[in-house]
Design a protein around this ligand. Structure first.
Ligand code: ADP
Length: 487
């Protein structure tokens, strides 16, 4: 099959979150299954120009105007997936992906990402390559099926698959932006693009792609409810028979403590955990914590936003982080960036608490050392479409402590569940509530102090889990087949 991924981000070129990891890793896994996979994404200012080859200048006909663009080509490192970059001086030659800073948006995002979605017919013709599947990701590419319809032949045997990575980001715009999509009133009629008087790119994607997937089975159920649907539960229920949940895999070539270059020389495996002890000491040194092997080290690496359960952790007068650090003999490391109030609050707390160390930055290298050196990994998410860090944590013998939602519920098993300590891989709790979070953290501390054999079991069970991409890639291929069957 010829598969074109249309995406606003993909590693190693541009990343704001798990979407970027998923697009590249899935593409590689599909290639290993013999598929011809290519990626189309914008050429942001921050994408390295090294190894980029120019293909052609061209124009995109947006009905009411013509946009000047150019196409460049590169490849993903080692795996050789062709990546085509859409250059547009006017729309993409900027520092940020969605906005000048991670938490902001450019005012013309509706126009920028319409251009990306509208570009594929010209791009494919330039490449003389027609995809069987257009695989779009999240709101930026929600309008792809409309441009497909408009493209006509030779795309009349092309099906569309839409992966939802996060319902919380929808791309909602004033309806006066509609003409900027380059689609006429006739072409946008009957596509159900509006929600509460606004143009909604995510809803458009849900309503119009041949098939829809999301990144875990539990999340695919949750988003059909009022509590998790972010206002689009009805659209999703309407498309329920075309919706599948497929858990993301892990790129074990980057995330494996036996080979992780950021851990060198302290590699380790389930058979020999000595290197993990060294990583813990290195992490404690780096984060200016006491170098004590016996004190359990809890970690978080996250965007510092409400979705991630940050309020239960540190909202003044509500969160439990300060009392947990004061009352228990523990160390806590947090790496993240996000909302200003959270960054400020965490910095303030870390000056007061000698056993809390915070780094407000984005640091790939440190994130690997944290996975290697920590004993527990905390994910108190309100919702978590898939989540990657609990999967990394399992592999690194860093016991995950998670709220039972989305991909967290699908990948971490509490020992109180059937299977008990023989199958358990972490600690799981139910409600997004600070008391419940404190209870589960205390449960972990108690287990660390009183049942080291159980800690070893959880570690071993987790490290023996296999969340590689192959089964997920096969599941996507099944969805592609179904999408083609629907035409
Ligand atoms: P989301 O996509 O909602 O942010 P995921 O868990 O799916 O959450 O993916 C987040 C990815 O980004 C993970 O690989 C995580 O390690 C990484 N990450 C998040 N914040 C940071 C940071 N400050 N430094 C390094 N890596 C980070």
């Amino acid at each position: 099959m010829n598969i074109l991924m249309i995406t606003s981000e993909a590693v190693p070129f541009a990343k704001s979150g798990g979407l970027a990891d998923m697009v590249s890793a899935l593409s590689i896994a599909l290639k290993e299954e013999g598929q011809d996979v290519r990626i189309l994404m914008p050429l942001y200012d921050t994408v390295s120009r090294k190894n980029l080859s120019f293909i052609a200048d061209f124009q995109i006909d947006m009905v009411n105007r013509r946009e000047q663009a150019a196409l460049y080509r590169s490849e993903t490192e080692n795996s050789g997936i062709p990546v085509y970059f859409l250059e547009s001086e006017k729309y993409f030659n900027r520092k940020g992906i969605y906005g000048p800073t991670p938490a902001s948006s450019y005012p013309d995002n509706a126009h920028r990402y319409s251009l990306l979605s509208a570009a594929f017919p010209v791009v494919c013709k330039l490449l003389d390559w027609i995809p069987h599947i257009l695989h779009s990701h999240d709101w930026p590419t929600g309008l792809v099926p409309l441009y497909l319809k408009k493209a006509g032949r030779p795309f009349d045997r092309t099906a569309t698959v839409f992966t939802i990575h996060n319902m919380g980001y929808q791309g909602t715009y004033d309806k006066r932006d509609l003409p900027w999509t380059g689609l006429s009133a006739e072409e946008t009629h009957d596509f159900n693009m509006m929600k509460d008087g606004y143009l909604n790119y995510l809803k458009t994607g849900i309503e119009n792609h041949t098939r829809i997937t999301t990144v875990s089975p539990t999340y695919s159920q949750e988003i059909r409810t009022l509590a998790y649907g972010h206002g689009l539960d009805q659209s999703l229920n309407h498309r329920a028979s075309s919706l599948t949940g497929i858990l993301n895999g892990v790129d074990y070539s980057s995330w494996n403590p036996e080979t992780d270059r950021y851990l060198a020389p302290d590699y380790y495996s389930v058979f020999d955990l000595d290197g993990k002890k060294q990583c813990k000491t290195r992490l404690q040194m780096k984060m200016r914590l006491d170098e004590k092997a016996e004190v359990p080290l809890f970690a978080m690496i996250t965007r510092l936003v409400s979705q991630k359960g940050i309020e239960e952790l540190c909202r003044p007068g509500y969160g439990i982080l300060e009392e947990f650090c004061r009352e228990q003999n523990v160390q806590v490391v947090i790496l993240g960036t996000g909302e200003a109030w959270v960054e400020e609050e965490l910095k303030k707390l870390s000056t007061r608490l000698p056993n809390l160390s915070v780094k407000i930055t984005y640091n790939e290298q440190l994130s690997h050392l944290i996975e290697g050196g920590a004993d527990f990994f905390i994910m108190p998410s309100h919702y978590e479409p898939c989540g990657l860090n609990q999967l990394y944590s399992l592999k690194y013998g860093t016991i995950p402590i998670v709220r039972k939602t989305g991909g967290l519920a699908d990948s971490v098993l509490d020992p109180s569940e059937p299977g008990g300590w023989k199958k358990g891989t972490g600690f799981v709790y139910e409600e997004a509530d600070p008391r419940q979070l404190r209870e589960v953290l205390d449960r972990a501390v108690e287990c660390w102090e009183e049942q080291p054999d159980k800690i070893r079991l959880l570690r071993h069970n987790g490290m023996n889990c296999d969340f590689s991409w192959k089964p997920s890639a096969l599941a996507y291929m099944q969805v592609y087949e179904e999408a083609l069957g629907d035409l």
